[in-house]
Write a new protein. Structure first.
Length: 156
């Protein structure tokens, strides 16, 4: 891997996460019918994109409002899930609307620890479909990253 490219990605992810944590995002409809929740200027991704009645949430990590990572896996899982909840709230949805998640862990031996916390964010019997994999290096040295898809009910 090119170390310069990795460092650039890390810096971009840090600024994007900090902007999201600080609430520096806005909704921007596009001519293709998509609605983008934009990160601060210059970031290469949106926190979420709504297309029709589906909200696609970008991968989230356990950053605190000051942009630093929460300490340890358990704290990062909680903060990751709380960060996802905050993004979903902007669209008027919650974990009750989530139907698909992808989980990335830096250490798959901690899978059980992750699951113990993750399941508490969903109603019993209403767990979303999910994929998971081990990752050798997540943004900012995070221990976990989660992305979700959620259904956004129409306002009829």
């Amino acid at each position: 891997m090119n170390p310069g490219r990795g460092l650039r990605r890390l810096r971009l992810a840090l600024f994007g996460v900090m902007g999201i944590a600080l609430g520096m995002v806005a909704t921007a409809p596009d001519s293709d019918g998509a609605d983008y929740l934009d990160p601060p200027e210059g970031m290469p991704f949106s926190a979420a994109t709504r297309v029709g009645d589906i909200l696609y949430l970008s991968g989230e990590i356990g950053t605190l409002p000051d942009g630093t990572l929460a300490d340890g896996l358990e704290a990062q899982v909680r903060q990751t899930m709380d960060n996802l909840a905050a993004t979903m709230k902007r669209y008027g949805v919650s974990f009750n609307n989530v139907f698909k998640c992808t989980v990335m862990l830096d250490d798959m031996s901690r899978w059980g620890d992750f699951n113990d916390i993750y399941v508490k964010y969903f109603q019993p019997g209403r767990l979303p479909a999910r994929s998971a994999f081990g990752a050798d290096g997540l943004a900012l040295g995070a221990l976990v990253e989660v992305e979700c898809w959620a259904h956004v009910p129409s306002a009829e």
